[in-house]
Design a protein around this ligand. Structure first.
Ligand SMILES: C[S@@+](CC[C@H](N)C(=O)[O-])C[C@H]1O[C@@H](n2cnc3c(N)ncnc32)[C@H](O)[C@@H]1O
Length: 295
């Protein structure tokens, strides 16, 4: 295992934002201009953790090739285009639930990625392609870095998620790195048990929990056992560190209840935006970095 200066494989935790290096990286990636309190978001944490990890493992090189799976128009694409040789952004642009209302998979990313850029970037370093994560159209071992942020949980049934994880592992070069960020349920809760959700769906005539199936709960988030079985193991790679599931008490202070379109933060303030709750357990982002053994 590589020796690293911090714990990367972990849940998003409010005290992480006390680290000046994380704050500086976050501002570098999303562009300055947010009030310090507004920076307390799990999405910004994902970006900052990716930047810190790639910097520490020496992946920010002019000869490095980077692939983002289900990229949307995330800020790290533009930040990386200024630091590596080639960035390829893939998503099902123009299709699916995220292609409407200016959301992440807006089709305009294919023709005008600059429209979404937060700052000037080296446009010749960024390629954008429409691609299903279940069929990655690149040969084995083609990229120094592959990453996917807050997306794999949306790829469908467990077999689809396993397939996408295997595809990500497949296209990493020997010695290269894979980063998967996904949503984790942070506690066991009976309402997150898929068969119970299906029973509620049936009893409500399909009005409640309409997307629940016997194999997949309504909420697109993992419990540790699902994560191991459907994401970590299928990559075929070893995480660089064990995943630390610790959450500090302060992270719970602004638990945000999110049902339908309604978000209700416990403190009444939109930030920190870190821990959310639907019907069952709260959930937040988990960062998992892997390295493919060098040849
Ligand atoms: C929550 S968004 C995250 C986007 C981006 N990674 C970010 O962090 O802003 C989830 C993305 O997954 C994409 N997606 C869903 N299913 C996909 C699939 N089968 N193949 C590729 N992308 C997919 C959606 O189109 C959407 O852009």
């Amino acid at each position: 295992m590589i020796q690293l200066s911090r714990q990367y494989n972990k849940l998003c935790d409010l005290p992480d934002f006390d680290d000046p290096a994380l704050r500086a990286m976050l501002r570098d990636i999303v562009a300055p201009g947010y009030a310090p309190e507004e920076e307390l978001r799990r999405k910004f944490w994902e970006y900052a953790m990716l930047g810190l990890y790639l910097e520490e493992v020496g992946a920010l090189r002019d000869d490095a090739e980077v692939l983002s799976i289900a990229a949307g128009h995330e800020e790290p694409l533009y930040w990386l285009a200024n630091r590596v040789g080639r960035v390829v952004a893939t998503d099902i642009y123009g299709e699916g639930a995220f292609a409407v209302d200016d959301r992440e998979a807006d089709a305009s990313m294919l023709t005008d990625p600059g429209h979404w850029a937060p700052y000037d970037y080296r446009a010749d370093r960024l390629e954008v392609r429409s691609m299903d994560a279940l069929h990655v159209d690149y040969p084995d071992e083609s990229f120094d870095v592959v990453f996917s942020l807050s997306s794999i949980e949306h790829f469908g049934q467990p077999q689809d998620i396993r397939r996408a994880a295997a595809e990500m592992g497949r296209v990493v070069k020997p010695g290269g790195h894979l980063v998967i960020v996904t949503e984790m349920l942070v506690k066991a809760h009976p309402l997150d048990w898929a068969p119970l959700q299906v029973a509620i769906k049936t009893l409500s005539g399909g009005r409640r929990l309409p997307r629940a199936t016997m194999r997949k709960r309504m909420m697109d988030a993992f419990r540790p056992r699902d994560l191991q079985r459907d994401v970590i193991a299928p990559t075929g790679l070893e995480p660089v560190q064990p995943l630390d599931y610790t959450l500090s008490p302060s992270t719970y202070d602004n638990l945000i209840t999110w049902i339908g379109d309604d978000m209700r933060p416990a403190s009444g303030s939109d930030y920190p935006h870190i821990l959310l709750k639907g019907h069952g357990s709260p959930w937040t982002s988990a960062f998992i970095a892997f390295q493919k053994p060098p040849r």
